[in-house]
Design a protein around this ligand. Structure first.
Ligand SMILES: Nc1ncnc2c1ncn2[C@@H]1O[C@H](COP(=O)(O)OP(=O)(O)OP(=O)(O)O)[C@@H](O)[C@H]1O
Ligand SMILES: [Mg+2]
Length: 724
């Protein structure tokens, strides 16, 4: 700890240890942002693992957070503890994990590991649940709640340490977990929260501060003031589009405040961003704002870009980040000032509604993080006196809400009930009820309320032949078991099974499968624009014989037909992707970001994999090779002829295509290639060429390599000189 720079414990940490963080008792830590909750968990994990053999798991709601923790926890390998990060493939039991001591996982991945009955689950001694307030999340809360309830049964003697933001019913969580509660409002770095009206910021501390008006735009004034004082700024806004427009506006101001060496670093960062993946317009816009010290961050950005922006901000190169609230939870960001530009969010059906206090506090809490700053400031912006009063009372002095279990939602419960039965977790109706009675939902409401939903779900699962009930004992069918392991909604399983069943003697193409998976509830629908209509109708008509489900009638079921068109749109997007349309064109044509494309592609790959497994189960042998190839093509985004080349490391879809077109069509062709010929091909630099040849077992002439790499270095030097 000393080596890491920790000198003393924070008061909240001290309190946690006094309350039993090192004993076998469960503990809930409900403390403000940046109060050092992680360190308590770390010490608790190390303490337990040193005393008892076994494993510790650390659960987080987002992949980005899991990666951040993993980077941080790797240091414990010096104590002999092996640390693993697992967040990807949901249809695998990852047996390799049994060799690790500390396992960092996303909540969903943990759920899937339980479904696969991973061999090491019973060795768990400590369970850390970070950001436990996510239970409140309508789409992902249920998984977390069920996962915790299951883990408590699987490893009944494991210690639970739950970390939570300040919420008003943390005692309820503590009661549920049979845990002691440590509650505090202490923060190591004071965080002043305030509201700006005209040129005055009024803080919760009673102080106020005048803002020099230079730009006739409060956002620019607030930003430039902090930059001039050598601080960094994080701005939250409510739409992806406005993260971009605001970045463009702000970078004009920030640009003038940058020092020479800062600009140089930013140039490098922007170049590395462009090189990190296939280029798109969005990437070019981002690289341009980064050159001027500002970046945007939203779910439309691909992972690679998001990571570069986060790292650039942490390393204090990027001065301002404009983000949607996706960036609000848990990450350690060095922002001295957080500006919350929008406190409302658009909700289909409800219009613009105010964001919860809990979420605003999470955003505000990104400011003033230890190690980075000595003060932190979070500012909301009011446009008149009434709004000022509202923001002060509701947010600045507001209490974060209670959190509520979302267990009673049918689709969520459907999948979890099936998985409980499939893993023999609950074998009878009584056992299922007993288990559901252990959830947070039953604690908050009463089990009676979900009884009806539970019965309905049991009936559904029986009708769809996913489970059998014999003398009051549940048993999952092989089909039910498969669905649970595949981690898909039983409804998706039903749709796929029925479609495959009717596929005999039918005209089946790749589009048939792509539409089928777009029709399942596991694929997020694409938004249908007015202008899409005509084109999609023509497309839908041309593929109607290939569609494996019943097409809703345009006149009798307008609503259903619109859904169908939106499914055709998704299928057509994936189809473009596997036929090597550039990301740039796809972004433009479908009006999405590369981040969305990555998500859709990932989901598609997973659902085609599910089709493949279901086809295998029901012995539709003729479609198995088709599905296997399709899965690979989706994963790489290429036509079939490129699959061999795209497997190579450092060769994505774009490079595979240029190699192929240059006559290198197979691994054998590449093996025979000479390095000085490969580098003549566009996009193949000397390093990539070397990497390719090393992988395929080709020969590299030493003398040629020396010459090439010195030429490359010279090119780089000239480029830098030119940029100077
Ligand atoms: N005792 C300590 N002394 C010095 N620095 C500390 C101490 N404990 C924690 N820190 C630092 O405080 C920072 C914030 O800690 P951490 O990320 O655990 O906050 P948190 O409570 O989890 O906040 P959030 O709710 O926002 O996730 C980290 O950079 C951590 O290294
Ligand atoms: Mg945290």
């Amino acid at each position: 700890m000393k080596k890491e720079g920790y000198k003393t414990l924070y008061p909240t940490q001290e309190e946690a240890f006094k309350m039993g963080a090192l004993t076998d008792e469960n503990l809930v830590l409900s403390c403000p942002t940046a109060s050092g909750k992680t360190l308590v968990a770390e010490i608790c994990i190390i303490n337990t693992l040193m005393k008892k053999s076994g494993k510790a798991i650390y659960l987080l709601p987002l992949r980005a957070l899991a990666s951040e923790k993993y980077e941080d926890f790797k240091k414990y390998s010096s104590l002999g503890f092996k640390v693993a990060l697992t967040s990807g493939d949901l249809d695998s039991s990852d047996p390799y994990l049994s060799r690790y001591d500390i396992i960092i996982a996303t909540n969903e991945k943990m759920d899937s590991l339980i479904r696969h009955n991973a061999s090491w689950l019973r060795e768990i001694r400590v369970i850390v649940v970070d950001e436990i307030h996510v239970i409140n999340d309508p789409s992902r809360g249920v998984t977390l709640e069920i996962t915790i309830a299951k883990l408590r049964r699987i490893a009944p003697h494991a210690k639970i340490l739950a970390l939570s933001a300040t919420i008003s019913n943390s005692s309820e969580i503590a009661e549920w977990l049979n845990a002691k509660l440590v509650e505090s409002d202490w923060r190591p770095i004071p965080l002043k929260e305030g509201v700006l009206l005209n040129d005055e910021i009024t803080f919760n501390t009673g102080e106020s501060k005048f803002l020099k008006k230079i730009f006739e735009d409060e956002l620019l004034d607030l930003t430039s003031e902090t930059i001039k004082e050598n601080g960094q700024v994080l701005i939250f806004t409510n739409t992806r589009k406005s993260t971009i427009t605001l970045s463009k506006k702000i970078c004009k101001v920030v640009d003038h405040l940058l020092k020479k060496n800062e600009k140089k670093n930013l140039e490098r960062l922007a170049d590395s961003l462009l090189k990190s993946r296939e280029q798109t317009n969005l990437g070019r816009v981002l690289s341009e704002t980064i050159r001027r010290g500002v970046a945007f961050h939203n779910a439309g950005l691909p992972y690679e870009y998001r990571r570069i922006v986060e790292e650039g901000f942490k390393r204090t190169q990027v001065k301002v980040v404009v983000a949607t609230p996706t960036l609000s939870a848990g990450l350690n960001m060095p922002a001295r000032r957080v500006i919350i530009k929008d406190y409302r969010r658009y909700d289909t059906g409800l219009g613009y509604i105010p964001i919860s206090v809990l979420e605003i506090k999470q955003m505000a809490g990104r400011a003033g993080r230890p190690k980075y700053d000595e003060i932190g400031e979070a500012v909301l912006i009011a446009h008149d006196k009434r709004e000022f009063e509202f923001l002060m009372t509701n947010y600045v002095f507001g209490e974060p809400e209670r959190i509520w279990s979302k267990l009673a939602t049918e689709p969520a419960l459907r999948t979890h009930i099936l998985s409980s039965i499939a893993t023999n977790f609950t074998e009878t109706y009584e056992e299922l009820i007993d288990f559901l009675k252990e959830t947070f939902y039953a604690k908050q409401y009463s089990y009676e309320i979900i009884k009806g939903v539970t019965e309905k779900i049991i009936n559904y699962l029986t009708e769809e032949e996913m489970i059998l009930i014999k003398q009051n004992v549940f048993k999952a069918t092989p089909f039910g078991k498969k669905i649970s392991e595949l981690y898909i909604d039983p409804k998706s399983g039903e749709i796929i099974k029925d479609a495959l069943f009717t596929s005999h003697n039918r005209y089946i193409t790749e589009f048939s499968f792509l539409h089928l998976i777009s029709h399942t509830p596991d694929m997020e629908p694409l938004y249908l624009r007015r202008k899409d209509y005509e084109e999609l109708e023509i497309l839908a008509d041309s593929v109607k014989d290939e569609i494996l489900v019943e097409i809703p009638d345009k006149w009798e079921n307008t609503y259903g037909y619109e859904f169908f068109l939106s499914e055709v749109k998704t299928a057509s997007l994936i189809n473009d992707w596997i036929n090597e349309e550039s990301e740039e064109k796809i972004e433009e044509k479908y009006d999405i970001g590369s981040g969305d494309l990555q998500r859709i592609v990932e989901t598609a790959e997973w659902l085609i994999h599910a089709c493949y497994e279901i086809a295998k189960l029901f012995k539709y042998d003729w479609m198995i090779p088709k599905l296997l190839t399709l899965e690979k093509r989706i994963s790489k985004g290429v036509k079939e002829e490129l699959l061999e080349l795209a497997k190579l490391k450092g060769v994505g879809r774009v490079r595979a295509r240029v190699l192929f077109n240059a006559g290198y069509k197979t691994i054998i062709d590449l093996k025979k290639a000479r390095i000085n010929e490969l580098v003549k091909i566009p996009l193949i630099g000397s390093n990539i060429a070397k990497k390719i040849l090393e992988q395929v077992g080709g020969a590299i002439n030493r003398e040629t390599w020396r010459k090439l790499s010195s030429e490359e270095r010279e090119k780089q030097l000239n480029l830098e000189k030119y940029q100077k």
